[in-house]
Design a protein around this ligand. Structure first.
Ligand SMILES: O=P(O)(O)OC[C@H]1O[C@H](OP(=O)(O)OP(=O)(O)O)[C@H](O)[C@@H]1O
Ligand SMILES: Nc1ncnc2[nH]cnc12
Length: 178
């Protein structure tokens, strides 16, 4: 992981949100900064494997990263959505969050067998969300070997879990603490 201190400085930390003990790393302040967002997307885009065919983003903050990369690289984007949002036939998976549980869903037929998909999100903490996304894309026949994030919280072990699942995670910024 390179330094990216310029981008780290644009991310606000809010203690005890949404629960006591959680240090919430709020990317909304980075998103407000046009140059900061452009640098974020450019630096992540430079890491995307050249054989990538599709960018998968996780609702909601992951969509912003996915949209930027999709535009920068001219690749399509796949929406992994929270429950009840997709109108078509879908598959879904439940997962644990650092502060609760959730579910994501994917439209059937929007990943083709053998398609190379990169998963992106704003942040990886416990890795539950990213692993659920990877599992869902794999169930649909896609190949996921790379996942990219703006922020990693290494103490929560998510990146290690992704490596154990055969996916190489990279983040621009690592923050200490929960
Ligand atoms: O590695 P994990 O422990 O799974 O946590 C990371 C996830 O948590 C946040 O999303 P959140 O569920 O808060 O939803 P949002 O993007 O809709 O705000 C973040 O954007 C990641 O998707
Ligand atoms: N500490 C944290 N800050 C921001 N988003 C998160 N998602 C899960 N944990 C988080």
């Amino acid at each position: 992981m390179t330094d990216n201190a310029d981008l780290a400085a644009l991310i606000r930390t809010i203690p005890d949100y949404p629960k006591p003990g959680i240090l919430f790393r709020d990317v909304s302040t980075l998103l407000l900064d046009g140059e900061g967002f452009r640098k974020t997307i450019d630096r992540i885009a430079a890491m995307v494997a050249t054989d990538t065919q599709l960018i998968a983003g996780i609702e909601a903050r992951g969509f912003i990263v996915a949209a930027g990369l999709s535009y920068a690289l001219g690749l399509g984007k796949l929406m992994l959505r929270k429950p009840g949002k997709l109108p078509g036939e879908k598959i879904g998976i439940d997962y644990q969050l650092e502060y609760g549980t959730d579910r994501i869903e994917l439209h059937k037929g929007q990943v083709t067998a053998g398609q190379k998909v990169v998963l992106v999100d704003d942040l990886i903490a416990t890795g539950g969300t990213a692993l659920a996304g990877i599992e869902l894309i794999r169930q649909a026949g896609g190949i996921v070997e790379q996942a990219l994030f703006i922020v990693d919280l290494p103490e929560l072990g998510g990146a290690e879990k992704l490596r154990a699942a055969g996916v190489e995670p990279t983040a621009l910024i690592g923050f200490d603490g929960h």
